[in-house]
Design a binder for this molecule. Structure first.
Ligand code: ADP
Ligand code: MG
Length: 630
């Protein structure tokens, strides 16, 4: 919505999401208001890095010879704080786009999470997430952004009180920076401490000390600025000269996430190609981790010049890793399009991926608690690699941890599983579904439990796909307990196998035969079960093809043309089944067979196929039980 007063003087309304974010900022749930400064400085630094990059192909853009830099200017009397950079700048349209909308997908996800969070959690959530430019309105009742795009003559001013509208006016070029952006905060009375030099200097050092652009501070416009930070790239320093705090500050700056990193991987490679990597494993999940559009966020530098953060520098299943890769072995003027094709980068990607994965292995060996936290946060993402990255599949399988019938925590590795396998057990058994509780009470598990055979309980979305894709782990195939025959007889288990108990009574055999004929439209087969010990019935999938869970999923997504019929398994030792089988009333046997099928569906989390017929059959049985006619 735009109303034009005169051609160069425009009033605009913020996009609805911005208004929502601003409202949150002003009624700040943020206890730590200092963060506005790190956000403005990070934007200024980004702008300087973009200019450096664009100048490679268009040197005229920075032909004045000024080194990129950020100046923070304070004015106690006017009660203003200014952050000015000589970076790429913005023209009028760019200002409308950048400062009137929210482009980052993570921000929306963040706001939704925040709305849903309880008061106590809010502060913590907020502390973890960089909210960007709009955080200025926590401390200012008016913000002016005066900017000139590098290479342009015209300059414009964006101005807002953060209450739903902003205006854009042209400004006299003499009033604007020669190039870049000046953000002027008209501070509120409560925020006047941000005109104090010592206060601001400390905040800059603490929050932005590792921004790769030098920062200067001046108390009064026209005064002599002093340097607060030299803009040296942390990753080029020796590890021994870097403290944990330095790493953590740098991580905050580069990721815009304010949790404590779980670990970092910092190394210099000097083989065929030379490169330096500083990568971080975040300490919490980024908000857009499961957003299908989310790309990796590693930054690529060539000889310390920022090139892009949009190249796929790591495989997708490492998209939570944040950091930088810097190499002198690519041409500075490599186009962003060429990057993806570059064999140099492919080699670097491979090298960095290996180092990161081996750092996970090391963590698993030496810091079990940390590894278990790591796996809780990112395990579901790493498992995507099991079917995406054939080359590293076995390495990734070794990293994986699972919940199982032996552990409610995701701590079991496949090696643990292998070591606990029973004599005669030939497969790694699993069951997948969305809820742990439902899985734990699945009838299909009963026989496995009785024999003491461990079953992996898989609850992540990706778990529906990789087990069918991975042939085996160290020669042992993965097998769903909801599929095919459960050959539990071969396994020597805890259960005392009493031969006579396992003979199927002839009545039951006859009933199974009867049900097979009766239910033939609905099921592929009816057979005596090898996996049930308590429940009367369950459904399983045929030996080949998707297991029950995957089939349902594909069907729900409209990805299956024909659905294969399930197999109804009957527990020959169930008292209910034996009693039904010994009855000779034809009508009763029919009702019972249909009801058993519906019961199996319900146990599987589904509905009876025909609710009306189900209700009628049930009513007939109730009537029988109560000994009267209906
Ligand atoms: P983010 O930095 O994550 O993109 P912000 O809310 O901090 O989100 O900034 C929004 C956008 O405004 C930036 O992406 C950038 O395009 C623009 N912007 C903000 N500050 C500057 C600046 N100093 N120079 C140039 N562009 C800027
Ligand atoms: Mg920003």
């Amino acid at each position: 919505m735009t109303t034009v007063d005169e051609p160069q003087h425009e009033q605009h309304a913020f996009e609805a999401d911005v208004t929502r974010l601003l409202h949150m900022m002003v009624h700040s749930v943020y206890s730590d208001k200092d963060v506005f400064l790190r956000e403005l400085i990070s934007n200024a630094a980004d702008a300087c890095e973009k200019l450096r990059y664009e100048s490679i192909s268009n040197p005229r853009l920075s032909s004045d010879g000024h080194e990129p830099g950020i100046l923070v200017a304070l004015d106690e009397e006017a009660r203003t704080l200014i952050v000015e950079d000589n970076g790429i700048g913005m023209n009028r349209e760019e200002m409308i786009d950048a400062l009137g909308t929210i482009a980052r997908s993570g921000t929306k996800a963040f706001m939704d999470r925040l709305d849903a969070a309880k008061t106590g959690e809010k502060a913590e959530l907020i502390g973890q997430f960089g909210v960007g430019f709009y955080s200025s309105f926590m401390v200012a009742d008016r913000v002016d952004v005066i900017s000139r795009r590098a290479g342009d003559v015209e300059a414009a001013k964006w101005s807002s009180d953060g209450k739903g509208r902003y205006e854009i006016v042209s400004v006299d070029p003499g009033q604007a920076p020669a190039r870049g952006t000046r953000v002027v905060l008209h501070l509120t009375e409560e925020a006047k401490k941000y005109t104090n030099k010592w206060t601001v200097e400390k905040i800059i050092r603490d929050q932005s000390g590792h921004v790769p652009v030098p920062i200067r501070l001046v108390e009064k416009a026209g005064g002599e600025p002093s340097q607060v930070s030299d803009g040296a790239a942390l990753w080029t320093k020796q590890k021994s000269d870097i403290s944990e705090q330095d790493y953590s500050d740098f991580y905050h700056g580069i990721s815009g996430q304010y949790d404590e990193p779980l670990a970092n991987v910092h190394f210099r490679a000097e083989g065929r190609y030379e490169y330096t990597t500083l990568a971080f494993i975040p300490g919490s999940q980024p908000f857009d981790l499961f957003d299908p559009d989310r790309q990796g966020r590693m930054k690529l530098y060539v000889k310390r010049v920022f090139i892009t953060d949009e190249a796929e520098l790591l495989p997708r299943y490492l998209r939570f890793v944040r950091g930088v890769i810097d190499t002198p072995d690519l041409p500075l003027n490599i186009s962003r399009e060429m990057i993806q094709e570059s064999p140099v980068l492919a080699a670097i990607k491979k090298g960095v991926t290996s180092r990161i994965l081996s750092s996970f292995e090391k963590m698993a060996e030496t810091e079990a608690d940390k590894y278990s936290k790591f796996w809780d946060l990112f395990g579901a993402i790493i498992k995507e690699g099991i079917y995406e990255d054939l080359e590293r599949r076995s390495q990734l399988l070794k990293l994986a941890r699972f919940r199982s019938t032996a552990s409610n925590e995701a701590t079991r590795s496949l090696a643990d599983y292998r070591d606990a396998m029973k004599e005669g057990q030939s497969a790694i058994y699993y069951i997948s579904g969305s809820s742990l509780e439902q899985l734990q009470s699945s009838p299909q598990l009963e026989g496995f439990r009785a024999k003491g055979i461990e079953v992996l309980l898989l609850t992540d979305g990706v778990d529906n796909f990789w087990p069918t894709n991975v042939a085996n782990f160290e020669g042992k195939p993965f097998k769903s307990v909801t599929q095919g025959l459960a050959d539990l007889d071969a396994v020597v288990g805890q259960e005392d196998s009493d031969e006579s108990a396992r003979q199927t009574p002839p009545d039951v055999d006859a009933f199974v035969e009867f049900a097979r004929n009766l239910l033939g439209e609905e099921v592929a087969d009816v057979r005596v079960s090898g996996r049930l010990t308590e429940s009367a019935v369950c459904l399983v999938a045929p030996e080949h093809g998707p297991d029950r869970q995957l089939e349902k999923l594909l069907q729900g997504a409209g990805r299956l043309q024909t659905v294969s019929k399930p197999i109804l398994e009957v527990n020959a030792r169930s008292k209910l089944v034996i009693d039904i089988a010994s009855t000779h009333d034809q009508a009763f046997r029919e009702d019972a067979a249909w009801l058993l099928l519906d019961e199996a569906r319900i146990l599987d989390g589904d509905k009876p196929a025909n609710p009306r017929a189900f209700a009628e059959r049930q009513a007939r049985l109730f009537a029988l039980a109560m000994n009267r006619d209906i």
